[in-house]
Design a protein around this ligand. Sequence first.
Ligand code: FES
Ligand SMILES: [Fe+2]
Length: 371
Amino acid sequence: MASSKDYKLGEHTFPRGWFMVAESAKVTDKPQGVRFFGQDFALYRGKDSGKVILLDAYCPHMGTHLAKNSTSYVAQDGSVEGDSIRCPYHAWRFGPDGKCNQIPYSSGPIPPAARIRSWPVVESMGAVFVWHDAEGGEPEWEAPFLNEWNDPTWTHWTFDDLGKIDVHPQEIVDNITDAAHFGPVHGSRTKFFENEFSGHLAIQRMGGGHRTLVAEGGPLLVTEAVYHGPSILITRMSGLYDSYIFIAHTPVDDGSSYVWHALLVRSATGQPATEADHAAARQYQDMALAAFAQDFEVWRHKRPCFQGLFVQGDGPFRLQRIWYKQFYNPRANAQEYRRQVDGVHLARGIEGAPDDMREASHESLQIAVNA
Ligand code: FES
Ligand SMILES: [Fe+2]
């Protein structure tokens, strides 16, 4: 697999930011083992608080995986107690803070080293997000949330779990600057296209036809795709319905990614969504998934692109890859990368987004523009 080093991304193997690690609905008090960032974790929902807890997987006693067991009586009886979890091997119990809070057979003191790392997680829009930071710092921005999530005229998404793909995240992120793939892959006649970078955000504004998502001669498909940090892409799309596409990719090992896709859809009438609106939303999500599958198939079979042979008319790949490096380097240096790329960038030969669209986008994303 192509590694972060191969792409010369920076000092860290895995980027800093918020990453989806699970669908909320699938996290219960039955712990599950998950793997991201080259590490194994135990993931469960605390019984007292109802909160999602993500701990390093391996018990400091003798290295047992806390979540991958079904036969030990600890596991059979339920290893989650309150918000704590018991190791299936010798039943040491760890709190949501990762500290061992009981060793049932030992009357001696609990050694301070009897602790594992507890990771900062939040639940938002049906997903569980973890803040990953190789330097162990506090979150630099909030996990994304759309106000439409709480609006009854919008139908909630259910996630398409696309599983693990042996593709480095860089190849997926490249898509945000890929002006020239819309025609060949999605059948779009691109009317306008631009990118903007602003701090931890990377934005693509695009308008055109789309053979997969809009019928021939149908309305112009206008999209504003925003990377909120290195891994969570939320695209506002106006076409057949108003909708938001959600795509999250989380590094599993160096060179592989786990991918989810979903669609939040506004009812056609603008009234609270009915059964019929929910059904239409599900169908529209399937269409959006078919469009995403067109990108996915290319990624699945391509060889890594460490250095593209870019030409006039290609989007600003080089700048996007500089933007992306901020997440692979110490936070103290992030500004160096941002300074090089912040602002609006056009692909030569294609018009940029209309002024009113760009202005509305700046307002909603709270991007300050110097006059
Ligand atoms: S290995 Fe976990 S309690 Fe012994
Ligand atoms: Fe695409």
